[in-house]
Design a protein around this ligand. Sequence first.
Ligand code: PLP
Length: 407
Amino acid sequence: MMSRQAAFERTGKAARDVRSTLLPFHRAWIDDRDIEEVVDTLRSGWLTMGPKTLQFEQNFARYVGVRHAVSVNSCTAGLHLALDAIGLKEGDEVITSVYTFTSTAAVVLHLRARPVLVDVAPGALGMDPDLVEQAITPRTRAILPVHLAGAPCDMDALLELASRYGLRIVEDAAHALPARYKGHLVGAIGDLTVFSFYAIKNLTTGEGGMITTDSDHYANVLRTRRLHGISRDAWQRYSAEGSWHYEVEYPGYKCNMTDLSAALGLQQLQKLDMFHAVRTYYANLYNLGLSDLPELTLPEAPADGGHAWHLYIIHLNLDRLTIGRDTFIELLREDNIATSVHFIPLHLHPYYRDTFGYKPEDFPRALAAYRGAISLPLYPRMSEADVWDVIRAVRRIVERYRVRRPA
Ligand SMILES: Cc1ncc(COP(=O)(O)O)c(C=O)c1O
């Protein structure tokens, strides 16, 4: 990779200071092929779960290297369905990370079970396997790791715990397409893995999700329950070979994917490797442009893993800066750089705090990570020059507000 100085110069903008237009935190890559595939679906007259959904599921399963991919209308719905499929019931416990989006734990509550939150591992944003083990009780049914930002968790340790204590592993892979762990793509590791295709995710269908599993049993249960729990899906009923008759086997849900979404997914999947290559390249540029600043800690790919680079989260070493994270974000915004924060740990939200009586210090690593976290823009539609604009803006702020130690 080129030197930092050469890279600055290559953008031809080393002298430019502040961007004249806002760099959004995210914009989806939607091209003519995506649009044509959706229009083709509209013209076909078959709008919801049908041939395109089936094709998307088959292509996705092949991509991940797993027997089954079952599409749903969001990752949240998919996590709910996956926990329902393993038979989670009232009074059961699921161990998950405090450092995540609310869906991860909310779906456990929807099934009247208890989310047992654990802190992140030292220097990481994925949960600490030692704390997971300490949290296991006779009521624990499952471990729900979150591959935050796209960095795979320590799956060997979690799989070993699952096998030793007879637990299921349901993975929240909302950020983790395509993340790799010891040669396997995330999605082909735990019992059930759930991806998100929400608008800003690495692959989008607007809203959508996918559950992957190698288990024929789980796949059958998921397929039935995602569409009312009826014995055959609409595609079979309304297609030429279908019939009007169906039977309800379970009080199921309504969270299937539409063919309109799947059409988009089919085309996006073809571009996924290109998207990932660009994300990885931009993440490396950020590393190159920022790694000499002791005021920042930069994200690293886990030793055994391939990062999906959904998010590039820098950590401000606040003891080395005279401003806090929120001011840093405001200053970036003044320089026309939009950023975000992933995540406010669950125990700081009023619902979780008040229901479970958590105090901020109960999860010290998550609290410290959150206080210094800023997600920089990272998506294939931004240009290399945009990345350098962000690097320059971050550097300007650090250089202006660093703590000056006496010589
Ligand atoms: C870690 C995590 N899990 C689950 C979800 C829920 O995904 P969806 O919006 O597809 O329901 C999100 C959404 O951003 C997320 O970040």
